[in-house]
Design a protein around this ligand. Structure first.
Ligand SMILES: C[S@@+](CC[C@H](N)C(=O)[O-])C[C@H]1O[C@@H](n2cnc3c(N)ncnc32)[C@H](O)[C@@H]1O
Length: 188
């Protein structure tokens, strides 16, 4: 297994875990640039119906037979249309992936009331390692700017974290539409 795939089988992000309880059983979820689907697996086990999409065929093949997960090998950056209509999902989860030209398109995939859960690296991460390419690093507050039109922010954070490895990250949970809705219950 390549080092990048080894990284992908890490535990789900605490940020995703925190907001997963907003998704009722049967919710249709897209795990975009899923890798081996650490979040797809978790959400499917919680009763969601998950599409895991990634260009890495080996990573998607690892999801074969996982109940509740449909794998989709897809280059999200090819410019070709994506195979989902606007408003197809109750939630879109994106972690450790950024392709700015596709941001509006992934937001369009959400139904009204649908939830965007996004977490990735931000400026300053080069001090800790990769990614260091500015194309893959959010600007300060960028996820707030990108969801300012059409979303209600439930939670937003940005800054340095120590785990799972030292990094500068930014994360948001935002609901499509004007209503914030229910907050997740604190975990026991
Ligand atoms: C750092 S991994 C993150 C995987 C997963 N979201 C996670 O956090 O465990 C980045 C993923 O983006 C995928 N990726 C990069 N460019 C892509 C593209 N153009 N189309 C589809 N997937 C892509 C890679 O194959 C890889 O699985």
């Amino acid at each position: 297994m390549s080092p990048s795939l080894a990284h992908d089988i890490a535990a789900p992000s605490p940020w995703v875990l925190r907001f997963a309880s907003l998704l009722p059983p049967g919710a249709e979820v897209l795990d975009l640039a899923s890798g081996r689907g650490r979040h797809a697996r978790y959400l499917a086990a919680a009763g969601c119906r998950v599409v895991a999409a990634d260009r890495n065929a080996e990573a998607i093949a690892s999801l074969t037979g996982v109940a509740g997960v449909a794998g989709c090998v897809l280059d999200l950056e090819s410019g070709a249309p994506w195979p989902w209509a606007a408003g197809s999902f109750d939630a879109v989860v994106v972690t450790n992936y950024l392709h700015r030209p596709a941001f509006a398109r992934l937001c369009d995939l959400l139904r009204p009331g649908g939830v965007l859960i996004y977490e990735t690296f931000m400026q300053g991460n080069a001090a800790f390692g990769k990614p260091s390419n500015p194309d893959f690093l959010l600007a300060p507050g960028e996820l707030l700017v990108r969801t300012a039109d059409g979303f209600t922010v439930i939670a937003f954070e940005q800054g340095e974290v120590a785990r799972p490895a030292p990094a500068m990250i930014q994360r948001i949970c935002a609901r499509k539409g004007e209503t914030a809705g229910r907050l997740p219950e604190p975990s026991a």
